[in-house]
Design a protein around this ligand. Sequence first.
Ligand SMILES: Cc1cc2nc3c(=O)[nH]c(=O)nc-3n(C[C@H](O)[C@H](O)[C@H](O)COP(=O)(O)OP(=O)(O)OC[C@H]3O[C@@H](n4cnc5c(N)ncnc54)[C@H](O)[C@@H]3O)c2cc1C
Length: 381
Amino acid sequence: MHSKTVIVGGGVVGCQACHELARHGSEVLLIDPSPVATMRPALPDLAGGWVPEWIVQRPLADMLPSQTVLVPAAVSRIDLDHQVVVANGDSFPYQQLLIAAGSIPNFHGMTFPPETMHPLNTLTDALTIRATFNTYLQETPHPHILVAGTGYTGLELAMSLSFRARAAGRTCAVTIVDPAPELLPSLPDQQRQYVLDFLMAQGVDLRLGVAIDAFDGQRAQVGGQTIEAPFACWAAGTHFAVPDIAGTVEREPDGRLHVAADLSLPHYPAVFVAGDSAAITRRGRVLRKAVNFAHYGGRHAARNMRRQQRGKPTRPFRPVDLGWIVPLHDTSIGWLAPGIWIHGRLGVRLHHLMCGLRNYSFSRLLGCLRLALNPNQGPSL
Ligand SMILES: Cc1cc2nc3c(=O)[nH]c(=O)nc-3n(C[C@H](O)[C@H](O)[C@H](O)COP(=O)(O)OP(=O)(O)OC[C@H]3O[C@@H](n4cnc5c(N)ncnc54)[C@H](O)[C@@H]3O)c2cc1C
């Protein structure tokens, strides 16, 4: 199959890019194994049963422009030197390529019995946790949530499930572990203490400098201690989503591809990378993985692809950091440009607002606005 422009991944970046390219009549081949676009920041809320499923996802087929051909497959290899993408054994040659496959959970080589360790990256992951945790709460005499990873996903998920257990009238222990010696190391001391105080007030057993050493589906070994029959969740890091990239590329330890200022790949000017797949350096630091950078990055990459098609020079991507929020169900920690720290319910409301503004339809925006006005009242499990 021949296509001039191929996009790998139909998430935040891919959808933005498809719409931007379609505005100018470009035909695009979009390859993604998932039939839906997913608002990932709302996944911890969905896993805990606090937001309805319809707000978090929309079928790609409903939202893609008519010029886009969707191939439902996972890309296993990108050969940059031969300008070909491989998915499900089929080869897709390209003239221009946008790599937008995001990132997937990194288990760091550990294996667990099937369906006993719960990652949180896709809609299916969140729905599985929602259903499984409900059964777990009903069937387990001493429920115990065990989360690996103290990044935003781990903390949000732990609190979402902990408050769900409480709403179900169950007393549930919560242990969060991380081999890193410090919680949220990029935060100033005062802000970190705010999060620590909140977690302690919720009775969380936070173990830093400690990893899950083993989990057989029944018992977890954590820093020399055994936890019996935990509900185990994995949020201990992510890595690049496409298994094999052939070519001359520079990468971060998590596999993200270093890009030039215009988001193209050095040595491969017709290949662009944006969102979680890209290592975008700004003021000497690689940008964090975030919806806003993906949203504007996807649009910018597509505009540069258009400029290239017309023989015009590409432009550098200059993202503005509007800030970030980590909602912890009942409170939050966040930072808004130009330098305002956010705490409490305000951050939870702003989180829902952000999910609405970046969502996939007007009705979903309205749904998120309702959640922002009245958080944590969502459907039960
Ligand atoms: C649980 C969770 C909570 C988050 N919370 C926040 C938050 O509060 N605020 C914030 O700013 N950001 C948050 N993020 C990060 C944010 O979701 C990402 O930065 C953003 O979605 C990146 O957009 P993307 O288009 O690069 O990747 P995605 O939106 O992840 O899209 C990637 C797409 O590529 C597809 N894909 C994967 N592998 C392949 C393959 N091999 N071949 C083809 N297609 C493939 C996937 O199916 C997906 O559709 C969160 C992420 C997670 C997982």
